[in-house]
Write a protein that binds this ligand. Structure first.
Ligand SMILES: CC(C)(COP(=O)(O)OP(=O)(O)OC[C@H]1O[C@@H](n2cnc3c(N)ncnc32)[C@H](O)[C@@H]1OP(=O)(O)O)[C@@H](O)C(=O)NCCC(=O)NCCS
Length: 199
């Protein structure tokens, strides 16, 4: 796909102060990925292209996460985005984030799905669910635990997590570190449920 088709489509910024933390345990087999109508296609955006610009991130987030990827702040090399394409345009993106300092509850090999964004006119058609299901069913991620952190008031995103097999693990608050939000961390204050690992 030409780079110009991979335009930036938006950024998810939450105003919530309490975040729900969901987890999918390290299953050895995952649910089959949901299929989409033929006019949509799923496509990985991997680090080589991410190093130019992440389609679904603002320039600021793109630069920061690229830096984290290049300098080893991300604990593994799995930073990538699952795109949903429609007629050559990006209409959805879900980002795979490796563990880093902001999420101290993640083990080094754990992954998180975040910064989901669907173009408003394409919402409610199952695109986010298809992208998330595709990520967690990918062969390369067998035996990896996935996390999903969402503002407690974000009903559509919570629904995506639930419908793709995530289970509520706890509630967290974002705490500043050294007075900085950027250096801050999500601290789980209320463990709701500890998932059983089938792996
Ligand atoms: C969250 C988001 C990515 C979901 O994208 P999407 O492609 O519309 O998601 P899907 O169509 O796969 O699934 C959405 C689900 O939420 C449901 N939903 C939508 N609005 C809802 C609401 N107000 N309350 C409860 N459920 C709602 C849909 O019905 C659907 O569930 P269902 O199929 O079980 O009925 C999209 O709403 C978005 O881009 N939001 C702005 C950015 C954002 O908040 N990102 C998440 C950050 S964690």
């Amino acid at each position: 796909m030409p780079d110009e088709a991979k335009q930036s489509i938006g950024v998810a910024v939450s105003s919530a102060t309490t975040f729900l933390v969901y987890r999918v345990a390290a299953y050895q087999e995952r649910l089959p990925a949901k299929t989409l109508p033929p006019e949509f296609s799923l496509e990985w955006e991997k680090p080589s292209s991410i190093l130019k610009r992440v389609s679904t991130h603002s320039p600021k987030h793109s630069a920061i996460y690229t830096l984290f990827h290049k300098t080893g702040i991300f604990r593994t090399q799995d930073f990538s985005v699952m795109l949903v394409m429609h007629k050559g345009n990006v209409v959805h993106g879900s980002t795979v984030f490796p563990a880093f300092f902001r999420f101290p509850f993640m083990e080094p090999s754990d992954l998180q799905i975040g910064m989901l964004y669907t173009e408003p006119e394409f919402r409610g058609q199952g695109l986010a669910m298809a992208a998330v299901a595709r990520i967690i069913s990918d062969q390369q991620f067998l035996n990896r635990t996935f996390w999903y952190v969402v503002g407690e008031d974000n009903a559509p995103s919570i629904q995506v997590a639930k419908r793709t097999g995530f289970q509520l693990f706890g509630k967290s608050q974002r705490k500043k570190r050294l007075g900085s939000n950027f250096l801050g961390a999500y601290v789980i204050e209320d463990v709701v449920r500890v998932c059983d690992s089938a792996g």
